[in-house]
Design a protein around this ligand. Sequence first.
Ligand code: GRF
Length: 219
Amino acid sequence: MAAAHPLAFPAPPGRPARLVVLVSGSGTNLQALIDAVADSAYGAEIVAVGADRSGIAGLERAERAGLATFVHRVKDFADRADWDAALTASVAAYQPDLVVTAGFMKILGDRFIAAFAGRIVNTHPALLPAFPGAHGVTDALAYGVKVTGCTVHLVDAGVDTGPIIAQGVVPITDADHADGGEALHERIKTVERQLLVDVVGRLAREGHRIEDRKVWIPA
Ligand code: GRF
């Protein structure tokens, strides 16, 4: 069952919103956020970058930008609950206003979701509620849909089931079926990076409220 969401996230008054970004891979969405926060008018700062694995380009991007980083690998903990507790504590130590999962390929635990409910923003490379899970790009391709895209949404206890904030559409071409979806994913990521930057900036500056799963950001 999906966790209940608070009905609103108020933007922090008079200061940039503090972001913790979680990554698992190349970190191009993280890079888009790093580039965006360089403009003080954006309204947010990245206070730390966390990962579930070491040796990834996403962490290198964070280090190049001079950001604090931490890594918690599931296999280093006795069980998933311990990993959840460690991740929650590390993120909480940075007192984030918003947590952004930008290509973070682990399902967050109950403790984490309870700690940051209504303030965790995820980006998914498909048009939810279609094609949730780790294979959104190839599942859309295999199904034969003609358009796919990306969804930026709040995270709840389900897998990619939380309230949708924004979506971007990407057409699928016949050629996409020839290369296993690589080019399609790159086109999705081009739209996704811009969408994520737009949404996170708006949340940081304006906050949000939720009515019946619909997320409203004040204009
Ligand atoms: C994104 O498409 C994200 O939605 C998916 O993995 C990709 C991450 O890309 N879950 P990057 O690490 O930000 O380059």
